[in-house]
Design a protein around this ligand. Sequence first.
Ligand code: GDP
Ligand code: IMO
Ligand code: MG
Length: 438
Amino acid sequence: MAVDILLGLQWGDEGKGKIVDVIAPKYDVVARFQGGPNAGHTLEFNGNKHVLHQIPSGIFHSSIKNVIGNGVVLDPIIFRKEIDALQKYNINFSQNLFISKKAQLIIPSHRMLDLASEKNKGEGKIGSTLKGISPTYQDKVARQGLRVGDILDKNFKTYYKTLFEIHKSKLDFFKFDIKKDLTGIVDFKKYDYDFIKLEAVFFEAIEFLKTFNLVDSEYLINEELSNGKSVLAEGAQGSLLDIDFGSYPFVTSSNTTAAGVCSGLGVAPSKVKEVFGIFKAYCTRVGSGPFPTELNDTTGDKIREIGREFGSTTGRPRRCGWLDLPTLKYSSMLNGVTHLLMMKADILNDFEEIKVCIGYKLLDGTLSDKLPYDMVKETVEPIYKAFKGWNCDLEPFKTFDVLPKEMKDYLAFIEAEMKIPVSVVSIGPDRTQTISKL
Ligand code: GDP
Ligand code: IMO
Ligand code: MG
């Protein structure tokens, strides 16, 4: 059977975790194909609220195989914590969790390098989650990274040491007075000492990781497909954070778009069928970088407050703004989206007026609905269309046909502009608060 993809069309945190959990029962395999612990995917069901970082969001369904693919960067220390936090759910990990031997390992000095690089950038910092994502992908491309499969090699500690020595020399390059500059994080002058402590935790986590299914996941997934099983690829981050197509350099370090599925899982493009594109009924962004429809006013504050827009991974306040159709069209084009899923509609219940950006006024005064090459240098002024808000509690609405007229108008406009059906409207964080045509 086929691979379907579910991914974010904005700057992350669209609600991917919730929807993967909702549609997972239709699938035999759920697989993460990129990113790592920078992700925070929230699931709510039966009174439980759970945030996953590296483990796929199908983990709460016992019949599903959850795969951490080769395109992922895995932090064993965070992995161990995630597994510990899942103990109360009595999950049989030996049956439903599989980790690619080709996934790259995040080691403690990767996190330190992330920190040093951000510090070095000063005002121009990316706003990284400081989980070591960029330094780990850098080592992958430099062909000097450590992979999960390496932990089974008796020389693993030597490989680790070699990489650590490279990191040490890179860290020396930054030459911060870390004690003063990065107080509370590490005493740079003594980082040898600190790393000895961190290393002990790391190597314990490595022993723990060895007790899981470490596999050639490209074979696993393709064999499942050959046996008529279905696969859902779960995106992390969002299309506008893609290393190639996002608002570079304010992006993450992987291909978050559909293209990343083929390289991040080892599946051929011909195997891909549906592409589910998730977006919030408004926009948010955490970290630095351009955000045309950002609202630095009381409306933005209201969205943040009602939407509880604070990062699931870092707790940082998310920047908020109106829905932006040019970016949504761009993301849908890159991904070949076949269904749109609109999340957090309930957050707009109390708004008299809801705006949607339909195009941009460029610096030279011309109008466009395309993203300029560099939105950092070429600032754009959003052009809005205003809609009357639905101004009611959406909780009682269970199907599309009974939705309030104002919301139907809002959805019809989005569908007409995007030329893609909106197949899901999410009206709350819980599994059950989902209106679906899928
Ligand atoms: P992800 O990274 O895309 O999985 O999204 P996050 O989990 O980081 O952020 C989405 C947040 O919105 C989480 O706190 C979810 O519980 C919550 N959420 C998801 N869908 C809805 C919805 O339709 N309404 C409301 N109110 N909250 C939602
Ligand atoms: P999920 O999967 C929102 C952002 C960071 C920063 C930039 C680079 O939960 O949607 P990185 O740590 O990757 O080097 O940070 O990307 N970012 C996210 N923003 N949701 C995420 O994941 C994110 N993962 C990274 O804030 O701006
Ligand atoms: Mg998130």
